[in-house]
Design a protein around this ligand. Structure first.
Ligand SMILES: [Cu+2]
Length: 442
């Protein structure tokens, strides 16, 4: 994928992207690393120097074995002491000598991304791809991510569903300074809890997610109850998202134009301690916000400021950044089992329906369900993840798609959007033939 200079106007045009894999460096903590980590990037990791002791006794494993004849007590424990959903590892602890740190570099760059042929948009991307690269680590490993901002706008990374220390949560002006142009911020936390999760930028979230800043984060447990009950042959991750191409283009251009205003905002360091991240990122509290409005400040949402409401109305619906017919197919063979991790990274709910099969819904938001649920349509709401198990029991070429009509279109034209196929590689050997017309003799 071609990186572009974001100082010019963002347009839609046709260029074919190249997919890149994220390079991971697996390492152990050395004494030198440890000293370095303790002083990383000022605002980033200074907190490591003065961590409070963790309230002991609350941490328990909540992993439940699927198919266990009596899983209920483990999932909904009756004893008072264990009903707290405490992280397995103290989020506020520091890496110990010998513990594994998985290090990743994430560069935010503007890139041109092709959704379908002839529809190419300027996107914010992690390392040049939309979605960003998949991060896959083992539960309990340390995750160290160096976020470098190579655009002219601000960004962060929020680790969705992860029990990070608060300083690593990626909320701009809530838990950290936004990572400005040319800056690097290092995130460091333990990968927990296990399961299917994702990450995304948290700066101007409605725009920056649509513009491409999201990716999957898969945390593998030491003992995976899903794998134990349903030993699977293939593992797919499908990130569901949508984009209003006009909204993203116009807002990216507006943002670029107004970026100079960011320098004029009241970003005094003393303010940071009192920020809750809610007052539009500019005011210490509600009273100050109201005072400013009285004094003539016009918030950006006021119609008079922008002329018309800036509300996105998505026109392309994507699975892993592509719309049908460019979506990746799910491959299977008779007798095989596949795991499909569905991630609702966008703003709309989706209802993924598989033809010709029932499947097992085994995990929600990363956690194994007390018992697998038999479905043929699974809802995937914004911010949620759902893992399903599909078994190769009915050879053919089957549609797998969102059952809400709008999301199966490309810019209003059916078919398109969030559709893919479950393709049996041995369908023809099993006798499947596509019959375009059935002639009936009278
Ligand atoms: Cu961003």
């Amino acid at each position: 994928m071609k990186k572009t200079n974001d100082s010019r106007r963002y347009k839609n045009k046709a260029i074919v992207p190249i997919k890149k894999e994220l390079a991971s460096v697996k390492s152990s903590v050395t004494r030198r690393d440890f000293m370095r980590l303790a002083g990383l990037t000022g605002a980033g990791l200074a907190f490591l120097k003065a961590l409070p002791a963790f309230a002991a006794g609350a941490a328990t494993s909540t992993m439940t074995k699927l198919g266990d004849p009596a899983p209920q007590p483990e999932v909904f424990p009756k004893s008072k002491g264990s009903k707290w959903l405490a992280p397995q590892h103290n989020p506020r602890s520091t890496p110990l000598l010998g513990e594994t740190i998985r290090e990743f570099n994430m560069d935010v760059v503007i890139a041109e991304h092709e959704i379908v042929p002839k529809v190419v948009v300027h996107a914010f991307t992690f390392n040049g791809t939309l979605p960003g690269p998949e991060i896959r680590v083992k539960e309990g490993e340390w995750l160290k991510v160096n976020l470098t901002n190579k655009t002219k706008e601000n960004h962060t990374i929020h680790w969705h569903g992860i029990q990070v220390p608060c300083e690593m949560d990626g909320v701009p002006l809530g838990t950290q300074w936004p990572v400005g142009p040319g800056q690097t911020f290092t995130y460091l936390f333990r990968a927990q809890p296990a399961g299917t999760h994702f990450y995304h930028c948290h700066v101007m979230t409605p725009l920056h997610i649509q513009a491409g800043l999201f990716g999957s984060l898969i945390i593998e447990p030491e003992h995976d109850p899903v794998k134990e009950l349903f030993p699977y042959d293939r593992d797919y991750t499908l990130i569901l998202s949508e984009i209003d191409t006009n909204y993203v283009r116009d807002e990216m251009n507006r943002m670029l134009k107004e970026m100079g205003l960011m320098d004029k905002m009241n970003h005094s360091p003393g303010l940071m301690a009192e920020m809750n991240g809610l007052m539009m990122g500019q005011f210490k509290n509600r009273a100050e916000f109201l005072k400013a409005v009285k004094g003539g400040y016009i918030p950006p949402y006021v119609p008079a400021k922008h002329g018309s409401p800036v509300i996105s109305n998505p026109n392309f619906f994507m699975i892993n950044g592509k719309s049908y017919p460019m979506t990746e197919e799910l491959k299977i063979r008779q007798g095989e089992t596949i795991r499909v991790r569905l991630i609702g990274a966008g703003v709309d709910p989706h209802f993924m329906h598989l033809h010709g099969h029932d499947f097992w819904h085994v995990c929600q938001d990363g956690s194994p369900l007390p018992n697998p649920v038999r479905l043929n349509t699974v809802p995937v709401f914004p911010g949620t993840t759902a893992d399903i198990i599909i078994q190769g029991t009915n050879p053919g070429h089957w549609h797998f798609h969102d059952h809400s009509d709008k999301a199966t279109t490309n810019n209003g034209h059916f078919p398109g959007g969030m559709m893919t196929m479950l393709m049996y590689e041995d369908a023809r050997a099993a006798g499947f033939r596509f019959n375009p017309v059935v002639a009936v003799d009278s």
